[in-house]
Design a protein around this ligand. Structure first.
Ligand SMILES: Cc1ncc(COP(=O)(O)O)c(C=O)c1O
Length: 398
């Protein structure tokens, strides 16, 4: 009998009961706006920022309305001006070049390697072209962060990290988002904690933090923040930093605080699932598993593999055969952007010369979400189906 998978790739776990209770308490109070607090009361958003700063070891943290807002806030706060070039990954998702465009700046794309990380040789060759790198840890893959920081530090390039897919990850024991000048995270439903929409920016730089807090819309109520620098820092920046509004509210913060306390266990559960799929795929003829470096502590909330140098028709055949058996794979090689995939040549507001190395890798990348609603048996089944269908198409190709 042909095995079929019947799970949903978009169904995350329910919000935990303690988070629901905390949310209901906020709703009962009616004080959803983060600065709407009683005398002596500290709001959920301020407490969340303090707890996220502690979790990441950052001095300062600001919670935002989305991961994209966290990135635009960071870019503005580190000094990116309209018209500025900003280096970034050619393999990433649309909100990353979108954040650069949102501040009126212009992306310069850096090639991707077969390990799905930014190509550090290409970065080195382009480093003189910009003062800021927006580094996207796309699909949770961390590059050699020690070498990346050495390249950027030597050139005086500021690094903003997009950690939308690496909350809970680390490089050589250093928490993802803490090597650059600022780290940005997302709490959107498909990320590692879920408030529907939301995000964080962390930094150790007092002026970057003060600007970020004003940018997100603090109405000069920055004294109500806990993970913030002192008032003297705000005095220095408050007249030349615009209020762009992109705050998090107390309701979402209440939902997130209990989830943060459970983040480590959730990450371990993702990795258990990831390893089952990875083990099941390893050794499939024609399929390349992405080997993870020893220095990388990853969070396997999705898995990628390569059908490198396969024809488009053959990749499409694999996609169709897997879909027919209930396995939803996303392909970054499709000509048209669709459902959470897109490629640099579809961001036409930010023109780029062709990137042949990236084109080759994108044509071969297949991606699959691993929501925690999947059991380990589900993951073994997914791997069996992919292995069988990739194998069948590979054999037919001769
Ligand atoms: C790589 C990457 N960066 C940034 C973001 C932006 O996050 P948000 O959706 O919270 O704006 C996303 C969201 O999908 C993402 O995948």
């Amino acid at each position: 009998m042909t095995e079929r998978f019947t799970g949903s790739f978009t169904q995350q776990e329910p919000i935990p009961d303690d988070a629901i209770e905390a949310a209901v308490a906020v709703m009962r109070s009616g004080r959803l706006h983060r600065y709407n607090t009683l005398a002596g009361e500290t709001g959920e958003a301020a407490l969340l920022e303090k707890e996220f700063a502690e979790l990441t070891g950052a001095k300062y943290c600001v919670a935002t309305g989305s991961g994209g807002i966290a990135i635009t806030t960071a870019l503005r706060a580190v000094g990116v001006q309209p018209g500025d070039p900003v280096l970034t990954n050619a393999f990433t998702l649309a909100p990353v070049p979108g954040a650069i465009a949102a501040v009126g700046a212009r992306p310069i794309y850096v090639e991707v390697t077969e390990s799905l990380v930014i190509d550090l040789d290409d970065l080195e060759s382009k480093i003189g072209q910009a003062r800021v790198l927006l580094l996207s840890h796309m699909r949770g893959h961390l590059c050699d962060m020690d070498r990346l920081m050495a390249i950027c530090d030597a050139a005086g390039v500021k690094v903003v990290e997009d950690c939308a897919h690496t909350m809970g990850a680390a490089w050589n024991g250093q928490i993802s988002g803490r090597q650059g000048l600022a780290g940005c995270y997302s709490t959107q439903t498909y990320k590692h904690v879920n408030s529907g929409e939301g995000g964080f920016m962390v930094t150790d730089d007092a002026e970057v933090a003060a600007r970020a807090i004003i940018l997100t819309g603090s109405y000069m109520l920055y004294g109500k923040h806990l993970a913030a620098p002192g008032p003297e820092v705000f005095e220095r920046v408050k007249y030349d930093t615009p209020n762009v509004s992109g705050r998090m509210d107390n309701l979402r913060a209440a939902i997130l605080r209990p989830q943060l306390r459970n983040l480590q266990a959730q990450c371990a559960a993702w990795n258990d699932r990831y390893r089952v799929v990875e083990d099941g795929l390893r050794g499939t003829p024609g399929l390349t598993v992405i080997e993870r470096p020893e220095a990388e502590t990853y969070v396997g909330s999705s898995i990628q593999f390569l059908l490198l140098d396969w024809s488009e028709e053959a990749v499409q055949e694999v996609l169709a055969r897997c879909a027919a058996r209930g396995v939803e794979l996303k392909w970054f090689g499709a000509a048209e952007p669709q459902g959470f995939t897109s490629r640099y040549d579809s961001w036409r507001y930010a023109d780029s010369p062709p990137l042949p190395q990236t084109d080759r890798v994108l044509k071969g990348i297949l991606d699959m979400r691993l929501p925690l609603t999947f059991s380990l048996d589900d993951c073994a089944l997914l791997a069996r189906i992919i292995r069988a269908e990739v194998g069948a198409v590979w054999q037919a190709q001769g």
